[in-house]
Write a protein that binds this ligand. Structure first.
Ligand SMILES: *Cc1c(COP(=O)(O)O)cnc(C)c1O
Length: 438
């Protein structure tokens, strides 16, 4: 008998973010096909992808329009280096992203994954100050529980103990300010009050140390990896004003929350601000190919523009600006433009919120049901440490792929789920919760 895909995978593949020994009991899902919001397994099961395959998929798996764009691009140019050469998809993508920021973030720097985008933004900020003679500005400020990737440089601004503690001796730790997470409200406090309190702590830090701080990095509106911790836009508005006052760059990491996820195309728009540096990845290619982009203001770009090579930004990755990935991103932007996706998502998000309230509001173990656009979540009281794995397994049994973070169950569906599918997703979560809390 030939070994199954599952057995061969466990024998040869080292899976990410996983204690491999847990797979002695934890199921591994052997996916052979994708169709819209559905994943189809080797043995023919159909699972709803409730988390957009780690927050990357926007318009479903095997989307006909993105597939067609990629086929066309394959026949033209699969890849060329972006140093000393250029190609239409990179140029068009940079232009269209600039237009989406009303021209304020005028240059796009390309890389392949989110962690690289974080590192690029940090290096760009530091180096631009250095080029202006402000060499003391070499520290970064980040938000408690924030997540910006797991390479050694990105871990400096990631504040998730589980991912970071083992590598602490390797990491140049950034300074951390309190999270504006609305769940931290004291009795009688609103989300805006929490935001103001957190901004006051940020101001204290900036007032004392801005001369040595290059940039403040934040995940706008939702700290996703922290367990979908949500905050009021007021925090971003205040952070923008403080960064201006104290001469510190504001980096918005929209790797997870960009691309319409929170209801606006960029999450920072809800605060009426623009960052100095904007990191995009995950959904930017529709969930098709590894691509990340750092957009920057022209004053940062100009700080590198010089006859001296060493004042340039000498950063690169082999697949920087890959034409196929850029083309997938262009097809994704076409769908946003042609289908009025943000409007359709408002209805989709309202349905998801309604189903969650109906199903979970009265559940004795459920706390803090919350939502921002196409991200919804709740916490489970008194969850055991193996809760995420047990819930994952129980949700699979019920027909959905859902991976809780700690005691937080969350939903981040692709923007193609229809009403019955959203209903089925929430029902699968309810069934899983019943199984796990039984
Ligand atoms: C996923 C994520 C990253 C890291 O992206 P990778 O492609 O996984 O390296 C960085 N920041 C945020 C907010 C993320 O959600």
């Amino acid at each position: 008998m030939t070994a199954s895909l599952l057995e061969r995978s466990l024998a040869a593949v080292w899976h990410p973010c996983t204690q491999m020994k847990h797979h002695e009991t934890l199921p591994l899902v052997p996916v052979v096909r994708g169709e819209g919001p559905w994943l189809i397994t080797e043995d023919g099961r159909r699972l709803l992808d409730g988390i957009s395959s780690w927050w990357v998929n926007l318009f479903g798996h095997s989307n006909p329009r993105i597939n067609a764009a990629l086929r066309d691009q394959l026949e033209r140019l699969e890849h060329v280096l972006l140093a000393g050469a250029t190609h239409p998809p990179a140029v068009e993508l940079a232009e269209r992203l600039r237009a989406l920021t009303d021209g304020e973030l005028g240059h796009a720097f390309f890389a392949s994954d989110g962690a690289s985008a974080t590192e690029i933004a940090l290096k760009m900020s530091f180096h631009s100050w250095r080029n202006r003679g402000l060499t003391e500005k070499n520290r970064f400020l980040c938000v408690a529980d924030g997540y910006h990737g797991e390479t050694v440089g990105a871990l400096a601004v990631t504040d998730v103990a589980l991912f970071k503690d083992a590598y602490a001796p390797l990491v140049r730790q950034a300074d951390t300010v309190p999270s504006p997470d609305a769940r931290r409200a004291n009795a009688g406090e609103s989300a805006v009050d929490v935001a103001r309190r957190a901004a006051a702590a940020l101001e204290e830090k900036l007032a004392a140390e801005s001369e040595r701080i290059a940039a403040f990095i934040v995940e706008p509106l939702v700290q996703c990896a922290a367990g979908m911790a949500m905050h009021a836009p007021e925090y971003l508005r205040l952070a923008r004003a403080l960064c201006d006052r104290y001469g510190v760059h504001l980096i918005c990491d929209e790797i997870a929350v960009g691309n319409g996820r929170t209801g606006t195309f960029f999450a920072h728009e809800q605060a009426g601000i623009r960052p100095d540096l904007l990191c995009l990845s995950k959904g930017i290619s529709g969930g098709y190919l590894p691509l990340s982009i750092v957009l920057c203001r022209d004053d940062i770009y100009r700080a590198f523009y010089d006859d001296d090579t060493r004042r340039g930004f000498l950063h690169s990755h082999s697949y920087t600006g890959n034409p196929l990935a850029c083309r997938a991103a262009l097809a994704t932007l076409d769908i946003f433009r042609d289908d009025d996706v943000l409007a359709a998502n408002r209805e989709r998000a309202a349905l998801l919120g309604k189903f969650l309230q109906e199903t979970f509001a009265a559940h004795p173990a459920v706390r803090h049901i919350r939502q921002r656009g196409m991200i919804a979540a709740f916490d489970v009281a008194d969850a055991a440490s193996d809760f995420p794995r047990r819930f994952f397994a129980a949700a699979l049994e019920a027909g959905a792929l859902l991976r809780p973070i700690g005691n937080t169950v969350y939903f981040m569906p692709p923007y193609v789920m229809n009403e019955p599918e959203l209903r089925a997703l929430v029902d699968a979560a309810a069934q899983a919760l019943t199984t796990v809390t039984a």
